[in-house]
Design a protein around this ligand. Structure first.
Ligand SMILES: N[C@@H](CCC(=O)N[C@@H](CS)C(=O)NCC(=O)O)C(=O)O
Length: 285
């Protein structure tokens, strides 16, 4: 069990209900479910949070980070997006991940999931500030990431860094963000949804520099990233850089290899292995 998680029986207030959760385990329930995989029984378990996701999906990463920050246990159901199980569409008509399921209620779209987690579990660490202006600012921040950074990222990935318009859009977007971001966290001293929303994208820019032929130069963003990447929640929940590179390599060739998702478990053991200083030293001996 990762540090900071609410172990065993946990008590949460959901809406007006006071729910005592039965054992909520953070375990892999299904590894890369495909069209032939039956609907997992855990989806019907009372008071158990299930996260349907994909190990390399940046939106799923947001939810893993949020659940980690809140110390909420959950059952992980990874989906093979090249062979979607029919029951995924019952939970999200768009057939996308992430999807959060709790007591037969399904929520999708990462930003809506983050807001839902804050409202459903008000006694856990908050992701959003309480006053209207700051909440709106955070939604605008997320909107900027999703409308400016995300499309430029896909454009760079698909063109292997050749698309000049995406290169310019990314640089301009990062310039704007760097003027909004504080350190160690986006709004200053507290970790919030803004850090969680941005992190997976900066991580990808950082990790895929060679593939994207794009160098992140904004000092403020680099400083912010260095700080959050060392934070316990980010260190525990972020996915393996090496597998991520292999996955995006296959994605950029138009054939995303979702089978790599099965290797992402257990992510912690595989994370960064060939890249750590020790491993490099061993290789170079
Ligand atoms: N706006 C959504 C985007 C979700 C999304 O694009 N999910 C991708 C995986 S990262 C997906 O499910 N792709 C499969 C598909 O679109 O068919 C969010 O933030 O949750």
């Amino acid at each position: 069990m990762s540090p900071g998680r609410i172990p065993g029986t946990a008590r949460h207030i959901i809406g007006s209900q006071n729910i005592v959760s039965s054992i909520l385990c953070h375990s892999l329930q299904v590894n890369m479910a495909n069209k032939d995989t039956p609907r997992p029984a855990v989806l019907n378990e009372r008071n158990t949070i299930s996260l349907l996701g994909m190990p390399f999906c940046p939106s799923t990463e947001r939810i893993r980070l949020a659940l980690g920050w809140k110390g909420l246990e959950y059952a992980k159901i990874d989906i093979d997006l090249s062979s979607k199980p029919p029951w995924l569409f019952d939970l999200n008509p768009f057939g996308q991940v992430p999807v959060l399921v709790l007591n037969e209620f399904a929520v999708y779209d990462s930003m809506i999931c983050l807001e839902y987690l804050d409202e459903a579990f008000p006694s856990t660490k908050r992701l959003f500030p309480s006053d209207a202006d700051h909440r709106a600012w955070m939604r605008l921040f997320a909107n900027f990431v999703d409308k400016r950074i995300v499309p430029a990222f896909w454009g760079l990935l698909k063109s292997k860094g050749q698309s000049m318009s995406d290169r310019i859009a990314m640089d301009e977007g990062l310039d704007i963000l760097s003027r909004k971001i504080k350190v160690p966290f986006v709004i200053g001293t507290d970790l919030t949804a803004a850090d969680i929303v941005l992190f997976p994208w900066v991580k990808r820019l950082y990790t895929l520099t060679a593939m994207l032929r794009f160098e992140l130069k904004q000092a403020q963003i680099l400083q912010w990233y260095d700080g959050v990447v060392a934070h316990e929640v980010f260190a525990n929940e972020a996915s393996s850089n090496n597998l991520m590179r292999r996955f995006y390599d296959s994605y950029s060739l138009g054939k995303p290899d979702y089978t790599l998702g099965a290797l992402a478990i257990p992510e912690r053991e595989l994370r960064d292995e060939p890249e750590t200083k020790q491993a490099l030293l061993r290789q170079n001996k």
